[in-house]
Design a protein around this ligand. Structure first.
Ligand code: NDP
Length: 283
C-alpha cells in the first residue's frame, strides 16, 4: 500500500532512506536544513517541504534521520505532531530514546525509535536491518512501509531497546575489529601475507567461533559457567603465552590486555574451573 511519508534529514543516510521509499512507490515529502540536498530526490518525484512543519503536515508517518537527538527536537519543535507516527532513526542513547518518546507523546503522536544496522550503500539491499522499539501499534501499522529501507525488526515497547541493541551490536563489532587488528599486527610482524591469513584462516575460524555464541548466551542466562571446553586456568595460561609471544615479536597487545586482566582477576577469586562465559560476572 502506498503511504504518505515524510523524511526529515537528507544526509547520507536520510537521503538513502528517502530514495528507497520513493523507489517503492510511496508518496514522499522531504526536508533538509541545507535545502539543496533535496534536489536529487525532488527530481525523482519527492515533494519538497519548505519547513519541517510543512513536511510533517504532509504525512501521517514522519521519519527523522539527522545528526543527533537535540537536532531531532529542534526540527520537530514547531511541527504539529498530533495523530502522527514519528519514527526517529537518528542514532542515540537508550535514555535519549525514552525521553524523546515522552516528548513526542506529549505532542499527541506515537513514537518509534530506530537503530539502523547498515551503511547508506546497504539501504534497500538484503543485508540491511533496522531495529524498532516503542509503539507496537505504530510498528504494526507501518511495518510494510518500512520494509523497502531495510528488513524491519520490532524489539519491544520499551523505547530505548532499539538504541541499546544497536549499541550491543556495535560492541560486538568493535570487539571483533580489535581481535582482527591484533591478529593482523602479529601476522604482518612475521611478514606472512595478511590477505591470505585473513581470507583463508582467520575468517573461517571466526565464523566457527561465532557459531558457538548462542551456547554461551544460554550459559550466561542460566548463570552456570561450568565448561567442558576450556576453563579459565587454561585461558589464563593461554593469555600469558599470547602476551609473551607478542612482546617477543615486538607487537603491542593493548587492545586485548583488558581481557587478560579480567581473566586473572576471576582466577584470583578461585574460579579457575569456570569457562570464559563467567567473565561476564566481572562486568
Ligand atoms: P550526515 O552527516 O551525512 O548527515 C547529517 C544530517 O543531519 C544532515 O541532514 C544534516 O543537515 C542534519 N543535521 C545536523 N545537525 C542538524 C541540526 N542542528 N538541525 C537540522 N539538521 C541537522 O550523517 P548521516 O546521514 O550519515 O547520519 C544521520 C544519522 O544516521 C546519524 O544519527 C547516524 O548515526 C545515523 N546512521 C548513519 C550511518 C552511516 O553509515 N552513515 C549508519 C547508521 C546510522 P545538513 O545537510 O543541513 O548539514
Amino acid at each position: 500500500m502506498s503511504e504518505n511519508i515524510s523524511v526529515l534529514g537528507l544526509g547520507l543516510m536520510g537521503a538513502a532512506l528517502a530514495d528507497s521509499l520513493l523507489a517503492a512507490g510511496h508518496r514522499v515529502t522531504v526536508w533538509n536544513r541545507t535545502a539543496d540536498k533535496a534536489a536529487p530526490l525532488v527530481a525523482k518525484g519527492a515533494t519538497r517541504g519548505v519547513t519541517p512543519a510543512e513536511a510533517v503536515e504532509a504525512a501521517s508517518l514522519v521519519i527523522v534521520c539527522v545528526l543527533d537527538y537535540p537536532a531531532t527536537k529542534d526540527i520537530l519543535r514547531d511541527a504539529s505532531l498530533d495523530g502522527r507516527v514519528v519514527a526517529n532513526l537518528t542514532t542515540g542513547r537508550p535514555a535519549e530514546a525514552r525521553e524523546m518518546a515522552s516528548w513526542v507523546a506529549e505532542r499527541g503522536a506515537e513514537y518509534l525509535d530506530g537503530g539502523i544496522m547498515a551503511v547508506p550503500q546497504m539501504i534497500a539491499t538484503p543485508g540491511a536491518l533496522i531495529l524498532y522499539s516503542g509503539s507496537e501499534q505504530a510498528y504494526d501499522r507501518y511495518e510494510q512501509a518500512f520494509a523497502p529501507m531495510a528488513r524491519p525488526r520490532y524489539v519491544g515497547a520499551e523505547p530505548g531497546m532499539a538504541a541499546l541493541l544497536d549499541l550491543a551490536m556495535l560492541t560486538g563489532m568493535y570487539g571483533q575489529i580489535a581481535g582482527f587488528l591484533e591478529a593482523a599486527a602479529l601476522v604482518t610482524s612475521a611478514k606472512y601475507p595478511l590477505k591470505d591469513f585473513t581470507a583463508e584462516l582467520l575468517v573461517p575460524w571466526l565464523n566457527a567461533m561465532a557459531a558457538q555464541q548462542p551456547v554461551w548466551a544460554e550459559k550466561i542466562e542460566s548463570g552456570d559457567h561450568r565448561t567442558e571446553v576450556s576453563n579459565l586456568e587454561v585461558n589464563r595460561a593461554g593469555m600469558e603465552n599470547l602476551a609473551r609471544a607478542f612482546a617477543e615479536q615486538g607487537v603491542g597487545l593493548d587492545l586485548l590486555l583488558p581481557m587478560k586482566t579480567i581473566i586473572d582477576r576471576r582466577v584470583a577469586r578461585g574460579l579457575a574451573h569456570e569457562g570464559l562465559s563467567g567473565l561476564i560476572e566481572e562486568l
